[in-house]
Design a protein around this ligand. Sequence first.
Ligand code: T6T
Length: 315
Amino acid sequence: VLALTGAAACSSSNDSGGSGSKGGASGKKVRLITGVKSDPFYITMTCAAQTEAKAKGMDFSADGSAQWDVSVQRPLLDSVAASRPDGLLISPVDVSALTPSLKQIQSAGTKVALVDTTVTDNSIGITRISSDNEKGGRVAADALAKLMNEKGSALVISVKPGVSTTDARIKGFTEEMKKYPDIKMLPTLYDNDLPATAASQIQSTLAAHPDLGGVFAGNTNTGTGIATGLKQAGKEGTVKVAAFDAEPDEVASLKAGTLQVLVAQDPAAIGKEAVDQLAAAFEGKTVQKSVGTNMVAITKANMNQPEISKYFYKA
Ligand code: T6T
């Protein structure tokens, strides 16, 4: 049984997986709950997980929150828990709020893999698979500082506090920015993963700080919102932007010159690897506690190279 509840259907080329070969993982019921189901990062991750699960003969289905919110994700987790799956892949939207539910499902016997985001409690999850988000933040800082000629005001806009991935990106970014004494960091803003909020935040920041030279966007929706806000203010290309992720709108804005750097992750690798680690657990093989996946910095100059464009996310 393979179903994607509420997420875009995966293309057939992405679903060409294996033959459903028999193994200790065959027939295991595995569920995936992503952060936001319509987010191309998670769609890409989901499709890769589905392909790998199919190759291993698993009973797999996926769902995701309608928005980045604990109160939206928790009922999804509760209903999956009630169905007692053998395995759960989950991107928790908060580092602590979902821990009690995750502890419960884990103690009922479900093997949990944390994909992309994690929780602070280290007893949760047999494996954690993600980018090195702190490093991604540092890469964004160095690229942005260079684009700003190492001077002016800079701003971070991100999702919300308490998200493992984006908090790590902010940490890496702000620490690295300390290397540039002539860049003044403004207080970090949070947009609740809403592009319209990011667009208005960038406009009010521009009004208050006309020397704004650079912005770091913590994820996809933030990046697209900032691009919209800069275009509305007629500041595209003047204010430099480094953004996490590489979904289609961000890639279009990179091409158009509204965004200058994208730190792309490899969500497909996260999804595939998580299924492989769960399969290893089902088969009694060694499971890797933590797996790091690749990132790449994309600019207008390298975006057409196949080894770079392969990182673009699917919508
Ligand atoms: O940046 C990704 C993901 O890594 C993060 O945890 C949440 O936002 C995204 O899904 C992109 O929108």
